[in-house]
Write a protein that binds this ligand. Structure first.
Ligand code: GLP
Length: 244
């Protein structure tokens, strides 16, 4: 779905999320959302906050699982995805804090593997992800599943690609301050979501959107695995679509 502007696009995505949340609420069910960070979803979160404030939309029945977190990363750091999610969304809506799940960047050694296994179990116990929101990195990563990630990969510790580290310098100030590792949901975790919406804005994303939508399915561009998902939508603006 190509929109003229990102503003228009996020309105449609926010509407779909809220419809799903309210349909589930009407039958006293929880709505399980997979959430993303980065610049791309910021406007979406602003629209959800607006709908909560101005239209009284409630998120009490929502359970969230975030895709990823840098490693090492203290929760209170302004660069953490933990801070990002609270700052842009969770602090401004009525979600129950115990329904929020974000990978923990403070763990070390064997604790990490255990955490990752438990994260998968928690997603399963919640009934699986109803709707997964994604951005895309210029390496073709979804979450932090860099080139070489398998289609069956699960939540795990990963090493960041050079281009990803370069793109993160804007948030950290200098290259040596960017963490080189992360915890991310796997491609397999994402593929199990019942619906996936990937959002991308701007010309910088045009080459990777073309490779992802029109290219051969391969682990050298992990986002191409989404071509094999039965219920996926790319919601992009005209500039991100300019090479299609
Ligand atoms: C980070 C995140 C990804 C995100 C990507 C793109 O690497 N881990 O989940 O999709 O950035 O970010 P942006 O939306 O800022 O371009």
């Amino acid at each position: 779905q190509i929109y003229e502007t990102a503003d228009e696009a996020v309105k449609a995505v926010a509407r779909e999320i809220v419809d799903l949340v309210q349909t589930k609420a009407a039958s006293s069910e929880k709505c399980v959302l997979g959430l993303a960070t980065g610049v791309s979803p910021i406007k979406l979160y602003q629209e959800l906050v607006r709908m909560h404030r101005e239209e009284g939309v409630s998120f009490r029945n929502v359970v969230t699982f975030n895709l990823d977190e840098y490693l090492p990363m203290p929760k209170e750091s302004e660069q953490s995805y933990h801070y990002f999610m609270h700052h842009h969304l969770f602090d401004h809506i009525d979600i129950d804090p115990k329904n929020i799940h974000i990978p923990d960047g403070t763990l070390e050694g064997d604790e990490i593997d255990k955490f990752c296994r438990d994260y998968e179990k928690a997603i399963e116990a919640a009934g699986g992800i109803d709707l997964q929101i994604l951005g895309i990195g210029r390496t073709g990563h979804i979450g932090f599943n860099e080139p070489g990630s398998f289609i069956t990969s699960q939540t795990r510790k990963v090493f960041l690609n050079d281009l990803t580290i370069k793109d993160a310098i804007k948030d950290f100030g200098s290259r040596n301050l960017v963490p080189t590792k992360a915890i991310t949901m796997g491609v397999g975790t994402i593929m199990q979501a019942r619906r996936v919406i990937l959002m991308a804005w701007g010309e910088k994303k045009a080459p990777i959107i073309k490779a992802t939508v029109e290219g051969r399915v391969s682990d050298s561009v992990p986002a191409t695995f989404l071509q094999m998902h039965s219920n996926v939508q790319f919601v992009i603006d005209e500039s991100a679509a300019s090479e299609l």
